[in-house]
Design a protein around this ligand. Sequence first.
Ligand code: GLY
Length: 299
Amino acid sequence: MQTIFAATWWFGRIGVEAAYQRWQESKESDSALRLLDAVVEGAAAVERDPQVLSVGYGGLPNRDGEVELDAAVMEGSRLSAGAVAGVRGVLPAIYLARDVMQHTPHLMLVGDGAVRFALQQGYEPQQLLTAESLRRWQEWRRQRTAPKEVSTERSPAEAHDTVGVLGWNAGHLVVACTTSGLAWKMPGRVGDSPIVGAGLYADNEAGAAVCTGVGEEIWRFALASRVVEAMRAGYSAQQACQRSVEFMLRRLPEVAAHQCAVIAIRADGEFGLAATQPERFEAFVCRDGAIERVQASSG
Ligand code: GLY
């Protein structure tokens, strides 16, 4: 039986490689837990990579120079999910999201409460700023003109690229999503990534989807849930992604100025992707270890 992993952006290759390696090495006899473990490991590998400036360690900080992470995981059999938001000093945040799912009666913990839970679970506090992310924050601070500072200030396009990882095996679906969010965001700002239905969704009866891009736009359209519901209605994963993005662009044409992208796997294992700026979006798909780069198309 084929096993599929898919992940967003150039660093999606890191994600699918780590997921597939964990899948192969796993001694877990329960295939659903094995898939969960693999998908979470794929997301964690991207969090640990300091070259990735929008996820985990080395992610660009908020305007106060503090890295705040958002992460979530969902599995499609029981619709179980766990999420954390605005978490400081915890790595990988995706492990903590899984802990919320597996060891609490809740679906999301935020801020100090999430950090307290992490310490109870045995996580060691970590410095998530690297020399490079600190340097970029200091440069941003030097360049910004204080009187024009506004709360909705957008950051560079490169600075809000979430890693989303999908896993499929024998009709079972798992999705993980983790990000440091918009660079230079207001402290406490949360985007779509840890929000079930907005940044991610999985239901074995239909499919799974995960989003990346500007969280405010993705969230207002409940994009992940929209794509999964389109697959439930009978559309292919590719059609579901395309139709959902086209709806966003029709309903609010100004969304075209922002990158909002989604990847999806239907319950039968078919893959799709779409983006408001398709020429700038790529994903990686791994089918039984064979990795393919997939580019979004414009229509
Ligand atoms: N999609 C990531 C964010 O906006 O925070």
